[in-house]
Design a protein around this ligand. Structure first.
Ligand code: HAM
Length: 411
């Protein structure tokens, strides 16, 4: 039988890797608290309509990447490919629009049927931050500075750059789309099949095309910058002025359109060096129309999501952060005495491991393998005196102390 393997594009997250994941998410979760966010958990699957109606029929996600299925009651369901639409659904289902502004933090697995490669998986993880009910560019600036502070906390700031664009309000986008249609109509015979379809449905998507020929044509396409009306231009300027004032670096990229249809005004991507083609580690923007599209009131909304696996690649090999104290009971008679000491230390939040078999040297090897700095060795002599023997693995030094003095002695 061939070796059992996880499905293509999925991975088991093991040991140190799992600790790294926790650090990536916990750092974000803690920071989100200083921005006043509450954490939200939504289901991993939703009615397919939650995504079809919102991400855009022509987005790659809806067109070819969703994991959709009918359950036994014939409900059409989809494993969530992203977190924003489900959160809007949850905001509406739970009538959370009553007390605004609302700031929500989330983290969890997402699913997209993409071609797996470095930094791109079929099951991947995001953490994200969404804000509802604030139509003020200060919140966009706060979100961008949240991201920069986050990268600083992870020690990644020097590897990251921010690209930002405004795709304007509906009026600006409509006049830009008209200009794009005129332009692409001149190049119709050279456009890829996908882009021809996009031309009638959402020409903005063509700017995002990965097709070689399309990319060449795109070089001459009109620039959104020339189609922003005063409101859109004003909103964008206020944000870039804020970033300047805070000393936060950014590059304007007028071709950045993002792969989802719900955006308006400002969109952004934080990109990282050394990740190859899948280099966007945190991305998002404003999506003021989405709550209404999903049947709610008119509501200003803005947010972003970060890719946990991509951040993990940037952090590189992680060091083991939890080093257990390893316990060695030399005689069965000492087992209960050993267990009682172990229990107290664990209740105090100290990681402990018990060894179960083998002679002393084998058990010491086990302690080294577990990454321990100290082994506690307990024989009949130690038990009789209510003591333990502490061995420092790096030096081989041994010392005795009272059973209740282990913490103090190790410190
Ligand atoms: P997105 O750009 O599709 O946006 O995904 C956000 C991040 O998730 C990306 O920047 C990337 O780091 C990571 N990511 C996406 N696809 C994969 C994949 N197949 N494998 C590994 N990592 C991946 C959204 O999902 C929006 N909901 C973001 C947002 C929130 N906009 C407003 N609020």
């Amino acid at each position: 039988m061939s070796k059992l393997q996880a499905p293509r594009g999925t991975t088991d997250i093991l040991f140190n890797e799992s600790e790294k994941f926790q650090k990536i998410i916990d750092t974000a979760r803690n920071l989100s608290k200083s921005y006043g966010a509450s954490e939200i958990h939504t289901p991993i699957f939703e009615h397919s309509g939650v995504f079809k109606r919102t991400l855009g029929e022509n987005s790659d996600i809806v067109h070819k990447e969703m994991y959709s299925f009918n359950d036994r009651s014939d409900n059409e369901l989809t494993l969530r490919p992203e977190g924003t639409a489900p959160i809007v659904r949850a905001v509406l289902s739970n009538s959370l629009t009553q007390s605004l502004p609302l700031k929500l933090f989330y983290a969890g697995p997402m699913f997209r049927y993409e071609r797996p490669q470095k930094g791109r998986q079929r099951q991947f993880h995001q953490w994200g931050f969404e804000v509802f009910g604030v139509q003020n560019p200060n919140i966009d600036i706060e979100l961008l500075s949240f991201a920069w502070t986050y990268f600083e906390k992870l020690g990644l700031k020097d590897k990251i750059s921010l690209e930002i664009n405004s795709i304007g309000d509906k009026e600006s986008r409509d006049s830009y789309k008209a200009a794009l249609v005129d332009f692409y109509n001149l190049h119709k015979e050279s456009l890829s099949e996908d882009s021809l379809r996009r031309l009638t449905q959402n020409p903005l998507r063509i700017l995002d095309s990965k097709d070689k020929g399309d990319k060449e044509i795109n070089k001459g396409a009109p620039d959104i910058d020339d189609y922003l009306n005063d409101t859109s231009r004003g909103y964008y300027d206020k944000i870039t002025n804020g970033l300047d004032a805070l000393g936060l670096a950014y590059t304007k990229n007028s071709r950045l359109v993002r792969g989802l249809d719900y955006y308006n005004h400002v969109v952004f991507e934080f990109k990282a060096e050394g990740l190859g083609s899948q280099d966007a580690v945190l991305s998002g923007g404003r999506y003021d129309g989405l709550v209404k599209t999903m049947g709610g009131p008119e509501m200003a909304s803005v947010g972003f999501a970060a890719g946990v696996e991509r951040l993990g690649l940037l952090l590189g090999e992680s060091e083991q952060t939890t080093k257990p104290i390893v316990f060695i009971s030399l005689d069965e008679k000492c087992d209960n005495y050993t267990l009682s000491i172990l229990n107290k230390l664990r209740a105090d939040g100290i990681a402990c491991e018990l060894t179960y078999s083998g002679n002393l040297s084998k058990r010491m090897k086990r302690a080294a393998k577990l990454g321990a700095d100290y082994a506690i060795i307990i024989g009949e002599d130690e038990m009789a005196k209510n003591e333990v023997c502490i061995k420092t693995l790096s030096t081989g030094e041994q010392a005795h102390c009272g059973a209740d003095k282990i913490k103090a002695t190790i410190k």
